[in-house]
Write a protein that binds this ligand. Structure first.
Ligand code: 26Y
Length: 817
């Protein structure tokens, strides 16, 4: 028998039907769409497993240096279509299902999103996995298998409601449970000095033990035999757990206590904004970190008998500081469990880790109370003190007794409420490299966020501009555009080498190509029109300009500025004569995104969007000239419909606040024009596709601090004041509820400088309308956006990480014969 599963239509069909009967125990002649989806998914999974096993076997044989990408978040979205494309078996599955009476397109929608992330940071991790697999890197992802991912958002009467995301309730065909791969994880207890072989050692004793159990998720690459792994940990009670209570006779209490263990991996924290000192979150972080480091050490020791080669075999990337307890955890395991000296353990540890910062906002940096760490992880707190002591002594050697410098750089911060551990400083000291996620952001890390560390160790600082996978975000979600591009570029190699898109420049002004380009956009807009009607009940015209802002709701991202310009447009329409109205460009403004459950202002902003939409969409004077809709429950799957349909997208954060942004890259790739500020990766997008092909406005990041300090004296444009008064006066009802929103941008407040940027923003918006009237010009700009987006492939980002930070190389197994 052939070792490999066969992929002809008959074999595929047989495999699907077998899964219906033997995996799902349904009648092979009678099953519904959901069962058909599941059976197809299980059948694809068989093929993934084959490729996964062979890849992992090859990695074991070759034993290359590997990278482990540790992240508290992976925003994966759906897997079926992605796997079919990557394994190059979509036509066979489409046909096999068709013959059985099912449509692949319908089944695809039956899959629940894997939404184990908040937003940009989690989605970046998922794009990175795709790029690592596609480029054959010996890489694994590590994270948590949350029982409940990002909450499902509904919006009733403009108010956000959060619902649990029961994504695992009907099973998850994409994961493989590995009950025999599990590690003990301890919390609480204390540290005891013990004498072992005449040496005094510290032992972490007592406390509570739980287990971390592995769930593997195969990640196939595109057009390669490589399939890498995302290992997610799930918390289970440990077998040894609380024997004491069983013995003392309270059997039922003991069982209940065991159940509590499972809460550790139960829910993703839905806040990407403020660090909250929640004990459960700390336990989640340590849970993930400890299981992962134990797993990495076990794998390393299979073919090594000392730790000397560890840094040559292992690179660990920390996705922000969230997994930075990995540093004291590796030290603890090396010293306490494997008997290495402190010096040797530090020498090894300091060569293994690197970390990425994703924020510009100083108060978003994680800081854990020393008290809490001492209680939950007493041995780690000791180790952190040791690291800090060593760091400060080295510093005093170099710089003398500069106590102000010690205070600024210390891992421990002393506040009136007690001591805090600055996780970014721990990461900075324990890592060999730190990187920002866009050029401007990486500069701010050096100059504004960590100037002392930059001065002490400039060689640690790097930039790695973010990217996105063009497979999911262009080739698979916009197949018509993919085919058109391939027809001009002589095949689909650009799906691996995105820089090839440059060649599209040649066709930017070609009328025939332009017509094809526009026809595809129109079809995509029609699909989005359907989604909008389904989700909001509002009917919009596919002939209007589709203007989109989808991202988490944050004051710094300035959805509010967008709404103000919608109100401005509404007022203009109302004041216009019928002749003037005929000259106006019809617009559909789409806003979507989740507000953190505790972020009151963000929730009020959603309410304002809906209130303005309510008024505008039902005003007969306005008709199709303007619609404003809020799409609820924005997630990866809805993004896959929204992005290909967008003509204009908004990335309008106050300069110096968005670390990078990644959706701007997805939009640009799909020929969407960007209206935006010179912030985050917009700056680099402007370099690549040309400012003249974008609508750039607003203050730059150098001016922002000055404008901010002068804002009490700044006189907002009268228009701006007028809009504030309109809202306060109840033009959109809900005046009392919306007043705080007005207060935040008015009367000397306005931290994010909406009033300062308002006029220039309106100017840019007017230019959008003017440009859109010239469809040939607009289409040229649209084609140039796609042509210039090659840099923003996560393949490029990952190549840079592999070369400049991890020191790893591709390890591609030979194609199966
Ligand atoms: C500590 C906890 C509250 C927390 C949890 C999640 C803090 C932050 C986050 C997530 C942050 C995040 O998503 N940042 C975004 O990362 C993207 C990828 O680098 C950037 O493009 C984007 O600008 C940044 O806001």
């Amino acid at each position: 028998m052939d070792r490999y599963l066969r992929n002809d239509v008959m074999s595929v069909q047989e495999s699907i039907v077998n899964h219906v009967e033997y995996t799902m125990a349904r009648n092979r002649y009678q099953f519904d769409d959901f069962e058909a989806y599941n059976a197809a998914a299980f059948s694809v999974r068989d093929r993934l497993i084959e490729s996964w096993n062979d890849t992992q076997q090859y990695f074991r044989e070759k034993s290359p240096k590997r990278v482990y990408y540790m992240s508290m978040e992976f925003l994966m979205g759906r897997s079926l279509l992605n796997s079919l494309y990557n394994l190059d078996i979509k036509p066979q599955y489409t046909e096999a299902l068709r013959q059985l009476g099912y449509e692949l397109e319908t089944l695809v929608d039956k899959e629940r999103d894997a939404a184990l992330g908040n937003g940009g940071l989690g989605r970046l991790a998922s794009c990175f996995l795709d790029s690592m697999a596609t480029q054959d890197l010996p890489a694994w992802g590590y994270g948590i298998r949350y029982q409940y991912g990002m909450f499902r958002q509904t919006v009733n009467d403009g108010f956000q409601h959060e619902h649990p995301d029961y994504w695992l309730n009907f099973g998850n065909p994409w994961e493989i449970e590995r009950p025999y791969i599990s590690y003990p994880i301890k919390f609480y207890g204390g540290v005891e000095k013990q004498i072992i072989d005449g040496h005094e050692v510290n032992k972490w004793v007592g406390g509570e033990d739980i287990s971390a159990v592995a769930y593997d998720n195969p990640i196939p690459g595109w057009n390669t035999p490589t399939t890498i792994n995302l290992r997610l940990w799930s918390a289970k009670p440990s077998r040894e757990f609380d024997l004491e209570s069983f013995n003392t006779g309270d059997y039922v209490q003991a069982i209940l206590a065991k159940q509590r263990a499972e809460t550790i991996s139960s829910v993703l924290y839905p806040d990407d904004r403020t660090y909250q000192g929640k004990e459960l979150r700390l336990k989640q972080q340590y849970f993930m970190v400890s299981a992962t480091i134990q797993d990495i050490i076990r794998r390393y020791l299979v073919n090594h008998d000392s730790f000397d080669e560890f840094p040559n075999q292992v690179a660990v990337q920390l996705n922000d500081t969230h997994p930075s307890l990995a540093i004291p955890e590796l030290l603890r395991l090396l010293i306490d469990e494997h008997g290495l000296s402190d010096t040797k353990a530090w020498e090894i540890t300091s060569k293994v880790f690197s970390f990425t910062n994703h924020t510009v906002l100083v108060d978003a940096l994680e800081k854990w109370p020393v008290d809490l760490l001492e209680k939950v992880l007493p041995r780690h707190m000791q180790i952190i003190y040791e690291i800090n002591w060593k760091f400060i002594s080295d510093l005093s050697q170099k710089r003398g007794e500069d106590f102000a410098l010690f205070g600024r750089t210390s891992i421990i911060e002393e506040t009136t409420e007690g001591k805090l551990v600055r996780m970014a400083h721990l990461a900075m000291v324990g890592c060999h490299t730190v990187n920002g996620v866009a050029e401007v952001h990486s500069e701010l890390l050096k100059t504004r966020m960590f100037p002392d560390f930059y001065e002490l160790a400039p060689e640690k600082f790097q930039n790695k501009t973010n990217g996105v996978t063009q497979r999911r975000w262009l080739a698979f979600s916009n197949p018509a555009l993919r085919d058109l591009i391939s027809s001009k570029l002589g095949g689909d190699s650009w799906i691996r080498e995105l820089d090839m898109l440059h060649d599209l420049d040649k066709y930017a002004e070609d009328p025939e190509f332009q017509a094809q380009w526009r026809a595809i956009k129109l079809e995509n807009k029609k699909k989005l029109t359907k989604l909008i009607e389904e989700k909001t009940g509002t009917v919009v015209s596919p002939n209007a300009l589709f203007d989109i802002q989808v991202k988490r709701i944050h004051e710094y991202k300035r959805q509010l500025l967008n709404v103000f310009s919608v109100i401005h447009r509404y007022n203009k329409i109302k004041a216009a004569t019928p002749e003037e109205r005929k000259e106006m460009v019809p617009r559909v403004v789409v806003i979507g995104g989740k507000a953190a459950p505790g972020y009151d202002m963000a929730k009020r902003i959603i309410k304002l969007v809906c209130a303005v939409g309510e008024k505008v969409n039902n005003d007969p004077d306005v008709g199709d000239l303007l619609k404003l809709v809020f799409i609820p429950d924005y997630n990866v799957s809805s993004a896959e419909v929204i992005v290909p349909a967008a003509e204009l997208s908004q990335h309008i954060s106050t300069a110096g606040t968005e670390a990078s942004g990644t959706s701007n890259m997805k939009f640009a790739m799909n020929g969407c024009l960007i209206i935006g500020t010179m912030d985050g990766s917009n700056v680099e997008i402007a370099e690549e596709i040309g400012k003249r092909n974008m609508f750039i406005f607003g203050a730059n990041s150098a001016d922002v601090p000055i404008l901010r300090s002068e804002r009490a004296r700044f006189k907002p444009p009268p228009e701006f004041d007028g809009i504030v008064e309109q809202i306060r006066g109840g033009a959109f009802d809900w005046a009392d509820f919306l007043n705080p929103v007005c207060d935040a941008v008015h009367g000397g407040a306005d931290y994010y400088l909406l009033a300062n940027d308002f006029e220039d923003y309106i100017r840019a918006q007017d230019l959008v309308d003017e440009t859109y009237k010239d469809q040939a010009k607009w289409t040229t700009m649209s084609i140039k956006s796609t042509a210039g987006s090659g840099k923003f492939s996560s393949d490029r980002t990952i190549r840079e990480y592999a070369k400049d930070i991890w020191g790893i190389e591709p390890c591609r197994r030979p194609e199966p014969g």
